[in-house]
Design a protein around this ligand. Structure first.
Ligand SMILES: [Zn+2]
Length: 369
């Protein structure tokens, strides 16, 4: 775990420096123009939260969910507007249905989970710049205002006064570390190992900690609040797409089949009821290749969704072949402007060092909560 983090840190550093170098040299624009002649793959950017990086000593939630700052997000969207062809995912689905090729330099912008900074921060920037986007929301959290469970788990681990952490399902039994950075590292380990157990065991484990530590996830504090239906309706009215990210963000392939189908259909039924247009798009919660499988894809198609996104890193050379498992390019908070531009121009070389769909390596590394 620790070794992997260090290795990834170095890889990130090299990509970041290389990206900035290509960007400042002016090379990227020429490369992009040359590339768009021979490669017309669809890039889909994946974001979670847009917020300034908080003080880790006082911020009690998951830092890994912060994709970028408002200022950098504005710059990133300005670059899309200048150099790329931002598209709505439903227009991508339309083109696929019609058998039409996508334009060169097609890019789609997506957000997972449904945090309220998507409405407060990202939406005004997107609207001002005229960039379309899709917001994938976990409908149960929008309905209840409850915090997202993985984020709440990090919160509990940072704030509990419990002397030890006993999670037999994850083979963890250890004293609670004293230092805050050690607690964050432990939370990272818990989140990683949780993805090996079933979705029902995950929920039961978090419920047990909420009870034992008397930290129930009732109403999300301001730092981790989900959007509301009114906010989503306003975004939809402005032309933005709202898609499903499950009901309670459970790993669909790790649910019993009948419950997996119920979860997909229930999230769609809620979106169809709350918004004036039928939901057409899905993003599998967690999204690595252990969080969805052929049964999940079939259930998604049969529920009436027209396309679905994974969280596996890559671009889509021919989206008609993987329209229910579209690859995305995660945007992470340590990406400077050069690295971001380089990732869009040279995605295979410069995308974030997580699982790539052609490497077949550990899928868990691809997944953000
Ligand atoms: Zn998610």
């Amino acid at each position: 775990m620790v070794k992997m983090t260090i290795a990834e840190g170095r890889a990130s550093g090299i990509r970041g420096r290389l990206g900035e170098l290509c960007y400042s040299s002016g090379l990227l624009h020429s490369l992009q123009r040359a590339r768009s002649w021979w490669r017309k793959d669809l890039r889909i950017l994946a974001y979670h939260r847009i917020m300034d990086y908080p003080d880790p000593d006082t911020y009690d939630f998951d830092l890994e969910l912060i994709s970028t700052s408002p200022e950098r997000f504005h710059d990133q969207m300005s670059l899309l507007r200048r150099r790329f062809r931002p598209m709505r995912l439903t227009d991508v689905a339309e083109a696929l249905d019609a058998g039409e090729a996508l334009p060169p330099d097609a890019v789609a912008v997506t957000f997972d989970d449904g945090y309220d900074d998507n409405y407060r921060v990202a939406f005004p920037i997107l609207r001002d710049l005229g960039i379309p986007a899709t917001f994938f929301v976990s409908t149960g959290h929008i309905d209840t205002g409850k915090p997202f469970l993985y984020d709440w788990l990090v919160h509990m681990l940072l704030r509990t006064g419990a002397p030890s952490l006993v999670l037999p399902e994850l083979n963890i039994d250890m004293p609670m570390p004293a230092r805050r950075d050690e607690k964050r590292a432990l939370a990272g380990l818990v989140l990683l190992r949780m993805k090996d157990i079933s979705a029902l065991e995950q929920s039961a484990m978090i419920d047990r900690l909420e009870r034992d530590w008397r930290m129930p996830s009732l109403c999300a504090p301001a730092q981790c609040r989900p959007m509301t239906w009114d906010q989503l309706r306003e975004m939809h009215a402005a032309g933005y797409e709202i898609g499903s990210h499950g009901v309670y963000h459970r790993m669909l392939a790790k649910l019993p089949e009948d419950e997996m189908i119920r979860e997909i259909r229930a999230s769609k039924a809620t979106l169809d009821r709350e918004l004036p247009e039928r939901a057409a798009l899905m993003s599998y919660p967690v999204g690595g290749d252990r969080s969805f499988n052929q049964s999940v894809i079939e259930a998604t198609r049969e529920a009436g969704f027209r396309a679905a996104c994974s969280y596996i890193c890559g671009t889509n050379a021919d989206p008609s072949t993987n329209r229910y498992a579209l690859y995305r390019l995660p945007v992470e908070r340590d990406m400077g402007p050069g690295w971001f531009a380089a990732m869009l121009t040279l995605p295979k070389l410069m995308s974030y060092p997580t699982i790539h769909h052609e490497t077949g390596s550990d899928p868990v590394a691809a997944c953000s909560p």
